[in-house]
Design a protein around this ligand. Structure first.
Ligand code: BGC
Length: 798
């Protein structure tokens, strides 16, 4: 619950679960789209505007001479009370002014192509109130990029229809589009406006529309320019009386032959039947309850009781919710990602999957197949694909040599969660060409061998355009400010090698070997194991700098991330992956590397990516050296990779340190420093400014980040240590020593495991006894138990 509308930055929420989505801020800013934020945008939003967060779903209440908005913005009349509750796929904003309370509940019913806004007005005073209510949305002319740029055309194309209480947006419907949108209210209206300039006035902002000041609309009909939808309602309220109204912003697709009702009049039947579904408060309330049940069910799959509310709130609610949002959006649409740039990332979407596979395994399976379909026979792949077409994005291209390996992560995570090995036999196309389909297992094999077949001079993996760190562009050599660092490879990439991919290969190479053996492909597994062992050796021989793992070799074969370097002496990614791969653990390399992380990379707000940050442009390193020190990939706390270190710490049993790193970046632990941190204290962001930044601790780019899934994975599977495996749940916690234990409820393969971990000897790691339903087990691998039942699991650490 937010109690002050002036948050340090807009604190937002995502509504929608499948095809239809809205983003909404705590003051009612935001926008709506169907499936694809670029190609099917319903309402406008003004990015990076002055003031920030401009454009949304606004309501204006005129009560005598006072005009106000329930969410404070856009009018900004001080409210007597304000609160905003962001919840699972809904937002409820309440404002109180001069004894009138206005509550706006916004949500998207399950499986529905429309957003509901239930508005409740209550008169808490002792006098009768005569209120004037105006709604406002601004239509986007569908293609969000074109809408922002192609004004010579767009100012002439806008078209609407108004019938009863429904305003229809039908721009381009008469030619190549078979869809329209509408905005309705379930009461007779006393007027409307659909032309923006008429409603707002040319010299006003959203805060002071002419129509609201005048106290009446003009019943304007938009012809070109910027079409809007604004209803006008006169509402009388006796003392203690309430009125509830249901507004709906909907999207309709019609068959080509059914487009028209009569000449130039659109077929409104599909819209009317959508409106009919929610034309009463009872129907709306029922759908809202169903939405709540849907989320309860999803979140019930995994929940903990740790004794710390902040941790419970992250694990049980917000972190899982954010993972679902990254499933829906990948990196495409937020207040920072304008929704017109990026599609679904190959590496991003594979990694996101480890955060939601337990909640929606079927959709996760479908996602894996979609992703794998954009791969090529040699294991390489398109870096991104478009959600509407599911086709690889050729403008962005490929050759990010870490990409293929993430498919092994997502696939094995899916099979461990579900036991569904049949995915491996499914025929999956290469390059979306069904005639080139092979079994999904062959895709994994291609991923594994893509690394083996692309080794450099030190037998380490070639980096290609970049590895996970998009900004380490070792073959780019760019002097042209207009060229993209990531899609340009001005040099042939035959020398630059990545220790991050090397560590990644060992981790997922071992997974591949294990999977091969699991399905009886012993020979395949043995052969692959040989390659993994060679990689381990190559890292030991050429990837160790003395106190930490090197990061890379550049185009000239020079070390990156070495004490020999003047800047960028040590990097987080290779410390994370080589520690997770346990390379040289017996020789003390893992412990030493992680101690070096603590010494050189850790700071008050998290672990920075590299240190010292680069202070000048190194043409042979690319984009990483273009950022000012302490920001983004140049010494920022790039939150996505902090969990790699947490997991590394658990490999050597250091639970205190792993958890310390966890709490440094977990949003619920940062609430007190919100004024510095700025972004939402309930979701992870991409980056927090690092120790060398101008303003350490200040965060940017919340919501759509791989940080969500990796932190969830680190806390649940490595710190709390409950790991799905092929034959059961392996329980191997690595927690702070002062914890007495914790509880987790985990639904797994149809059964419910009530897990209680006790830590009587106050250790960080080690399981002394495992009990299942009162029976002592011989190991900490809890076997698959009877479906449909609850089972008691007791773990005694020590
Ligand atoms: C991209 C990731 C990338 C990360 C680090 C993010 O913006 O979505 O794919 O791994 O940056 O460069």
């Amino acid at each position: 619950m937010i109690t002050d509308p002036k948050t340090p930055y807009p604190w937002i929420n995502y509504l929608g679960n499948e095809d239809f989505f809205s983003l909404t801020s705590n003051t009612g800013g935001g926008y709506t789209f169907y499936k694809d934020a670029k190609f099917r945008r319903l309402t406008r939003y003004r990015y990076n505007n002055v003031p920030v967060d401009d454009g949304g779903k606004y309501f204006y209440i005129k009560d005598g001479d006072t005009v106000w908005s329930p969410g404070w913005k856009p009018v900004k009349t001080p409210l007597d009370h304000y609160e905003c509750r962001h919840g699972m796929s809904y937002t409820r904003i309440k404002g109180l002014k001069n004894e009138v309370e206005a509550e706006v509940l916004q949500f998207i019913p399950l499986g529905f192509w429309g957003e509901i806004q239930k508005v409740k007005l209550t008169n808490h005073g002792s006098e009768k109130k005569s209120l004037k209510l105006f709604s406002l949305i601004e239509w986007c002319l569908w293609n969000a990029e074109d809408d922002m740029t192609n004004f010579q055309r767009n100012f002439s194309t806008g078209e609407v229809e108004i019938k009863d209480s429904v305003i229809y947006h039908k721009t381009e419907f008469k030619e190549r589009r078979n869809h329209y949108a509408f905005y309705s209210v379930n009461q007779p209206i006393q007027g409307y406006d659909t032309d923006r300039e008429t409603f707002i006035g040319l010299y006003n902002g959203f805060d002071s529309p002419d129509a609201v000041a005048a106290g009446h609309p003009s019943n304007s009909v938009a012809h070109g320019w910027s079409p809007i939808a604004s209803h006008y309602l006169e509402i009388d309220l006796e003392p203690d009386e309430s009125r509830e109204l249901v507004f709906m912003l909907g999207y309709v697709e019609v068959e080509e032959s059914e487009k028209w009702e009569s000449k130039a009049v659109i077929n409104k039947r599909p819209a009317l039947s959508m409106i009919e579904k929610f034309n009463s408060v009872e129907k709306v309330d029922k759908a809202f309850t169903e939405l709540g049940e849907y989320w309860d069910d999803l979140l019930d799959t995994l929940s903990i009781d740790s004794g710390d509310d902040r941790l419970d709130r992250m694990v049980n609610i917000w972190n899982q919710y954010q993972c679902m949002v990254t499933f829906n959006m990948s990196r495409s649409a937020s207040f920072f990602e304008s929704g017109i740039g990026r599609g679904m990332g190959f590496r991003d979407s594979n990694q996101d999957l480890i955060g939601f596979v337990h909640q929606i395994p079927d959709r996760a399976r479908e996602r894996i197949v979609d992703i794998a379909s954009t791969q090529f026979e040699d294991g390489s792949c398109y870096h991104q694909y478009q959600p509407l077409t599911k086709k690889g994005n050729s403008a962005i291209g490929g050759d990010f040599n870490d990409d293929p390996l993430w498919l092994i992560l997502s696939t094995t995570a899916y099979i461990k969660e579900t036991g569904d090995f049949s995915l491996l036999d499914e025929m999956v196309p290469f390059d979306n060409d069904v005639s080139r389909a092979k079994s999904h297992f062959e895709h994994l094999k291609a991923s594994f061998y893509h690394v083996v077949n692309n080794l450099g001079p030190h037998a380490l993996p070639l980096i290609g355009r970049a590895d996970w760190n998009d900004c380490l562009n070792l073959n780019c050599f760019s002097t042209d400010p207009n060229e993209s660092f990531q899609t340009t490879g001005n040099k042939k990439g035959e020398t630059a090698e990545s220790l991050m991919i090397a560590g990644l290969f060992v981790v997922y190479g071992k997974e591949y070997v294990k999977l091969c053996r699991q399905i009886g492909k012993e020979k395949e597994g043995d052969e692959a194991e040989g390659h993994v062992e060679q990689m381990v050796q190559a890292i030991k021989d050429h990837g160790w700098d003395g106190d930490w793992y090197l990061r890379a070799y550049d185009y000239y074969g020079k070390k990156i991330g070495s004490d020999e370097n003047e800047e960028g002496k040590i990097f987080i990614e290779s410390q994370g992956w080589c520690s997770m791969a346990e390379i040289g653990k017996e020789e003390g390399m893992v412990e030493k590397a992680l101690d070096s992380v603590k010494e050189h990379l850790d700071c008050e707000y998290g672990i920075v990516l590299n240190s010292p940050a680069f202070s000048k442009y190194y043409i042979e390193y690319g984009e990483i050296s273009t950022y000012p020190a302490g920001y983004k990939e140049n010494g920022g706390i790039f939150c996505h990779n902090n969990p790699w270190i947490m997991i590394g710490e658990t490999m050597i049993g250091r639970g205190d340190r792993a958890y310390e790193y966890y709490t440094k970046i977990a949003p619920s632990f940062l609430e007190e420093i919100s004024d510095l941190h700025k972004v939402e204290p309930y979701v992870y962001c991409q980056m927090i400014a690092g120790k060398e930044a101008f303003k350490p601790g200040e965060a940017k780019n919340s919501w759509l980040s791989g940080t969500a899934s990796w932190n969830f994975y680190a806390i649940t599977q490595y710190i709390l240590g409950v790991q799905p495996d092929y034959e059961g749940l392996r329980i191997d916690p690595c927690i702070p020593k002062d914890w007495d234990g914790f509880k987790m409820t985990r639904k797994f393969r149809g059964a419910t495991y009530k897990i209680e971990v006790q830590n009587p000897s106050h250790v960080s790691k080690g399981v002394r006894e495992t009990w299942v339903n009162g029976e002592k087990m011989s190991s900490n691998l809890v076997p698959l138990l009877e479906k449909g039942k609850q089972h008691r699991v007791k773990i005694i650490m020590g």
